[in-house]
Design a binder for this molecule. Sequence first.
Ligand code: URA
Length: 193
Amino acid sequence: MKKEQLEELKDKCNNCYKCELGKTRNNIVFSDGEPESAKAILIGEAPGENEDKTGTPFVGRAGKLLNEFLEKAGISRAEDLYIINTVKCRPPQNRVPTDEEKALCSEFLLKQIEIVNPNVLIFCGATALKSFYPKKTPISKIRGEVLELEIGGKTRKCMPIFHPSYLLRYHSLEEGSPRDLMLKDLKKIKSML
Ligand code: URA
């Protein structure tokens, strides 16, 4: 059962102090969603303040905006998605996680992908994209494309999308605006689930 394997991994993560983030976290932020029914994994960057307090990913302002977009695209956060981050502990002042922190945390990330084994991986923002995609293509150039990448010994369909924090700065819904593109990308993902 996926749930049992993930619980075991979560226990291990709870006891992890391999990097400095383990010293300052209040909670690890392991996942949200239903691993048995999830058809996609959405990978964000790192927990923020609200996530660190609650232990749940994407519950702050960015998370609320993400929820709105998911609903508009007809994707159920609770049933269709398993939501995680590249690192499981909050970086101080919400800075971007370092390469070392990401590398030390990658055993949890890769194992989560392997266990849930979804149809699609969604790279939500540049940090998630960079964790798996070797080229330096900016997210604005590659978002919405379906990439086939070798991850955890398997070729997997992956799609980069904008991070909702970025969308908090752009309110336009005009054709070609970041919010318009985000909705189009999520609708494309919906068709792949
Ligand atoms: N931003 C992220 O990338 N992940 C979260 O869990 C919250 C905000």
